[in-house]
Design a protein. Structure first.
Length: 207
């Protein structure tokens, strides 16, 4: 009994350093980017969008060199995201500008979100080859389509009812929602793909 308890304690102790490392890295990456996107100083934006890719690339290269395979796959994902974020900052509003769309209107927001998803997918495709990130490891693979569609549509329907109630509570008419529906649906599907690929795909299994 005592041996089992010691084994559990040592297993828990081994999990604490990775937890702290990944927590600190995630806070550094996403909180810094949040403040940079929120209109921080130019110096802070430059330090964030140039410094973080360099920092995580150096850490990933070091871990790869040390053959630390427990940590290296997760840091390869930090590299990808740290490069995606500045590209989003620079490029995601270009399609809307070319089309003359109001960035705060539904068409402009939808175009920006599609741009975010495309930028992420392209960076994953390019860096995935260099960093040896297999598509299977980030869930870009054929799944159980019928089950996935059933669960997805059920969740979508539930959230749609909630969203309609919220919109009517805000004084947005059904007619306006119907006019906006192509852009709302475009935003929703692009955002769902973006978040699944970035958070679930790039990080979940590696963590």
């Amino acid at each position: 009994m005592k041996v089992a308890e010691v084994g559990r304690e040592s297993g828990t102790a081994r999990r604490i350093p990775p937890l702290l490392i990944f927590l600190a890295s995630s806070l550094l990456l996403f909180e810094s980017a949040f403040y940079a996107f929120s209109g921080g100083s130019k110096w802070f934006q430059v330090a964030t969008f140039i410094g973080l890719p360099l920092l995580f690339s150096a850490l990933a290269a070091f871990l790869r060199w040390r053959r630390s395979m427990e940590y290296w796959p997760a840091f390869s994902s930090y590299v990808v995201v740290s490069i995606v974020l500045p590209l989003m900052r620079l490029l995601d509003d270009l399609p809307g500008r070319w089309l003359g769309l109001d960035p705060k209107g539904p068409p402009g927001r939808a175009a920006t979100k599609v741009s975010d998803a495309v930028i992420l997918l392209l960076v994953v495709a390019v860096l995935g080859k260099l960093l040896r990130i297999g598509f299977d490891s980030i869930y870009l693979r054929k799944g159980r389509l019928r089950l996935g569609l059933a669960v997805g549509l059920a969740g979508f329907a539930g959230m749609a009812v909630f969203a309609l109630a919220e919109a009517h509570g805000m004084g947005i008419s059904s007619r306006r929602l119907l006019t906006w529906s192509p852009w709302i649906l475009t935003f929703v599907f692009a955002n769902g793909f973006f978040e699944e690929l970035m958070f679930r795909g790039l990080f979940l299994r590696k963590f």
